[in-house]
Structures are given as structure tokens and as C-alpha cells.
Design a protein around this ligand. Structure first.
Ligand SMILES: Cc1cc2nc3c(=O)[nH]c(=O)nc-3n(C[C@H](O)[C@H](O)[C@H](O)COP(=O)(O)OP(=O)(O)OC[C@H]3O[C@@H](n4cnc5c(N)ncnc54)[C@H](O)[C@@H]3O)c2cc1C
Length: 337
């Protein structure tokens, strides 16, 4: 979004890290750290006309935003896309090192515990058994079915796919996160789970603390921590404040492709308001009526829930599993595939 708008007007972007990370490719980068090279993209490579401020938004008023580094950024339009928080490293090289460490963890273990059976935990477990079929993987999930954001069929097919490859799928159990010491993990119901190392896939915290610290925004934050939205992608009852992505409370699944669709509406509407500040015919965002998504199962397979069909195997895998949309995102940013 910043890339497109930078052609319209100077634009400030806030981020704590020096690079964009394409989240879809995180699990693959754990099993193959060199894959991270294309999916970690320094902001300066694709934002040619924007000024990038490295810092965390701390609070905003109706005219300006303050970062944790003390910088005050005044704005005509504010676009909020702080979907989830990233408490990590600053540079691309440091991030690749993190993937290398994770990879060593797999290489040195016989048994691995993946905590959380949402899309991230499932994708990671599937990547491990695909690239390291000799490793034993235990996937512990608190819910009664895997990838609960999709339907029952997708969950059942995914569970079978994992079990067929020797994964221990343990449902309705939660690992005690206060006691993450290998090899003796324990569930909340005190069941022991033995593993040499673990990966957490329990969801990231929403990036909404700073919204709570901003008096004009905090009443627009739901109890879940998301922003109340108008169909025009404006934050409720505000004219010059927009939002897109996981931070919004649009009633639909939180996915990158829906975030991109919202961002397109944000861009159209800001352009209209720049042309005519009194414009009332703004574009409207229509949330998905039915949940849709593709969850990768290793390098070849995937499970896809489409509007009228749920399929598993190499056919849906053709859509995502090889490149994980990295080339597509890079091309959208005007970079080489
Ligand atoms: C493993 C995995 C696979 C996925 N697969 C798919 C898929 O196949 N298809 C799909 O459509 N979606 C997929 N998704 C979901 C998709 O990645 C998210 O829905 C999407 O990234 C949401 O984008 P966002 O910009 O709203 O938030 P994020 O991507 O979470 O980005 C938010 C950014 O804001 C920054 N931030 C937070 N707070 C502050 C602050 N106070 N100041 C400054 N910066 C801040 C964070 O550091 C972060 O960089 C997947 C996600 C994962 C993890």
C-alpha cells in the first residue's frame, strides 16, 4: 500500500524492523533457511519514494503520530496496518540467523513438539515431516480440530494427511507454556509429552496497545483488540483514518489476500479524498461471505477450502506449496520474481 501511495504523495511508514517479511514463507524458512533470502525484503528495496521510519507507533492524535524513538510524524491521512506485533530482530541477516538456529533445532532433535494446530502449526509440522521424514513430530492443539478457521472437511483431511505421515496429533490438550523445558513437557491436564525441542505456533499478539494509548482511537477498539470499521475502510466515524488487514474487525477470516483487497479500497478512497476532500462517493469493501484459504502441507501438497469445494493433495498444492506466493508478492512490489 505504501508503495502505491508513495506515487501519490510522500508517505511515512512505521515498522520496527528494516525489512518486510512475507509470513506465508516462515515455516518453509525453518526447514530451509536459504528460502528466507527472497521473502525478507528490506523496505528500501521496494519503497523508493517513501520515508521509512524505524520505530514503533506509540500513540496518535488526530493530526500526528509519536514513535517510541520520540519522532513526531504529522499526517493528512493515517493508515493503520499493525496486524500483529513482531518482537524480533532488526536486520535481515539477523532474521536469517534465527531461521538457521531453528533449523539446527530440528537437525539435532529426534522428536519435535509443535504447539498449536492453527495454520502456522499445521504448516510447520507438515514442512518438518516432508523434509525430515525420519523425525517424530507431535502436534498438540487445544481445539477439537485442526485449522479451525476453515471447515470440518478441511480439518479432517488435514489430520489424516499428518497422521498418514506419522505425526502424533493430540487434540483438546494445551501445553503448559510456563514449563517449556525439553524433554519433559506437560499439558494443562498434567499429561506428560516427551520431545527434544519445541516450536510455538500459538498466535501472535495483535498490534493494538498503541491504539489503546491513543485517546481518539481507544473507543474504536473492540474487546478483541481490533478496530471498528466503516465499509469504506475508514476507522469508525473518522474521515482521514483508514485501516486494513488483521487489525480490522471486518467479519471474515484474517488472511493476507483479504488484507490486500482492503488495501486497494484504502488507496482508491485516499486518492478520491486527495482530489476532492468533500467526496462522499467512496468505494466500499465487501468482506468474504464464506471462509476460504489454502494451507500448505509440505513442498507439494496443500489443503484448500474454496467456495464450493474442499480439496487436498498436489492439485491445490500447485497454487501455493512450491513458492508460497513469495514470487507473486515480490512482483506486486515491483521486484524481480
Ligand atoms: C505461516 C503463515 C501462513 C499464511 N498463509 C497465508 C496464505 O496462504 N494466504 C493468505 O492470504 N494469508 C496467509 N497468512 C495470513 C497473513 O499472513 C496475514 O493475514 C497478513 O500478514 C496480515 O497482514 P497485516 O499487514 O494486517 O499484519 P502483519 O502481517 O501482522 O503486519 C503487521 C506489521 O505491523 C508491525 N507493527 C505492529 N505494531 C506496530 C507498531 N505499534 N508500530 C509499528 N509497527 C507495528 C509489525 O511489526 C508487522 O510488521 C499466513 C500467515 C502465516 C503466519
Amino acid at each position: 500500500m505504501s508503495k502505491t501511495l508513495s506515487h501519490v504523495n510522500g508517505f511515512d511508514v512505521n515498522s520496527r524492523k528494516e525489512f518486510l517479511e512475507i509470513p506465508y514463507a516462515e515455516p518453509r524458512s525453518v526447514v530451509e533457511p536459504s528460502f528466507a533470502d527472497r521473502m525478507l525484503i528490506p523496505h528500501t528495496e521496494y519503497l523508493k519514494q517513501a520515508r521509512v521510519i524505524l520505530g514503533s507507533a506509540e500513540r496518535a492524535s488526530v493530526t500526528e503520530l509519536v514513535t517510541d524513538t520520540g519522532e513526531v510524524v504529522s499526517y493528512d491521512f493515517l493508515v493503520i496496518t499493525t496486524g500483529s506485533t513482531f518482537r524480533g530482530v532488526k536486520t535481515k541477516a539477523e532474521r536469517i540467523e534465527e531461521f538457521q538456529k531453528d533449523n539446527k533445532k530440528i537437525v539435532n532433535a529426534e522428536t519435535l513438539l509443535v504447539v498449536g494446530g492453527g495454520p502456522v502449526g499445521v504448516e510447520l509440522a507438515a514442512e518438518i515431516v516432508t523434509d525430515f521424514p525420519e523425525k517424530k513430530v507431535k502436534l498438540v492443539h487445544g481445539g477439537d480440530r485442526l485449522i479451525g478457521f476453515l471447515g470440518q472437511k478441511a480439518s479432517a483431511k488435514t489430520e489424516k494427511w499428518l497422521k498418514d505421515r506419522g505425526v502424533d496429533v493430540i487434540l483438546k490438550e494445551r501445553i503448559n507454556l510456563d514449563q517449556l523445558s525439553p524433554p519433559d513437557y506437560v499439558t494443562a491436564s498434567l499429561k506428560p509429552v516427551k520431545a527434544d525441542a519445541h516450536f510455538l505456533a500459538v498466535g501472535k499478539k495483535l498490534g493494538s496497545d498503541w491504539l489503546q494509548a491513543s485517546p481518539f482511537l481507544k473507543h474504536r477498539v473492540t474487546t478483541e483488540g481490533r478496530l471498528r470499521m466503516e465499509p469504506t475502510t475508514q476507522v469508525a466515524w473518522l474521515k482521514n483514518v483508514f485501516a486494513a488487514g488483521d487489525i480490522t474487525d471486518f467479519k471474515e477470516i484474517k488472511q493476507g489476500f483479504t488484507a490486500t483487497n482492503q488495501a486497494k479500497i484504502v488507496i482508491q478512497n485516499i486518492r478520491k479524498l486527495i482530489k476532492n476532500p468533500e467526496e462522499t462517493k467512496l468505494s466500499v469493501y465487501k468482506p468474504l461471505e464464506k471462509p476460504m484459504g489454502i494451507v500448505t502441507l509440505g513442498r507439494v501438497d496443500a489443503v484448500a477450502q474454496l467456495p464450493f469445494l474442499t480439496i487436498i493433495g498436489w492439485v491445490p498444492g500447485l497454487l501455493k506449496s512450491k513458492d508460497l506466493f513469495v514470487g507473486k508478492v515480490r512482483q506486486d512490489l515491483g521486484l524481480k520474481y
